[in-house]
Design a protein around this ligand. Structure first.
Ligand SMILES: O=C(CO)COP(=O)(O)O
Length: 135
């Protein structure tokens, strides 16, 4: 499965902690991230991650493009709901595309934990069908 990892600045520590805790699951999948988030997680975990641009410079849009191409299976996006972001339209667009294409999207650690455990137990296997349909 292809999983995107994204966190706003005030949530990056949480995502790093989460990635350490769930490294055993994450390492079985193909990981992508926005620029700074990806670097932080790689440094802390040693996981291999394909990094896009930083969010404000287009990273959210690049991940959105992968979703539109049926090329992303899950998005874990620790949003900061208390801080205004300069690229709010890009963030909304990414979440919108996740809904358009029915891609599992976790916007906080509670949901992310359920998603990764669901992934571990095969609950996200509908994406395998979607991948085949897209080819
Ligand atoms: O801004 C972001 C998501 O909207 C994240 O970007 P960075 O990972 O580069 O900080």
């Amino acid at each position: 499965m292809k999983i995107a990892l994204i966190a706003h600045d005030k949530k990056k520590d949480d995502l790093v902690t989460f990635s350490i805790a769930y490294k055993h699951i994450l390492q079985q999948h193909e990981l992508f991230a926005t620029g700074t988030t990806g670097q932080r997680i790689m440094d802390a975990t040693g996981l291999e991650i394909s990094r896009f641009r930083s969010g404000p410079l287009g990273g959210d849009q690049q991940i959105g493009a992968m979703i539109a191409e049926n090329n992303m299976d899950m998005v874990i996006f620790f949003r900061d709901p208390l801080t205004a972001q300069p690229h709010e339209p890009d963030i909304s667009a990414l979440m919108r595309l996740s809904d358009v294409y029915q891609i599992p999207l976790a916007t906080n650690m509670g949901t992310a934990e359920v998603l990764l455990k669901g992934l571990e137990h095969g609950f996200i296997d509908f994406r395998l069908l979607a991948q085949r349909r897209g080819k």
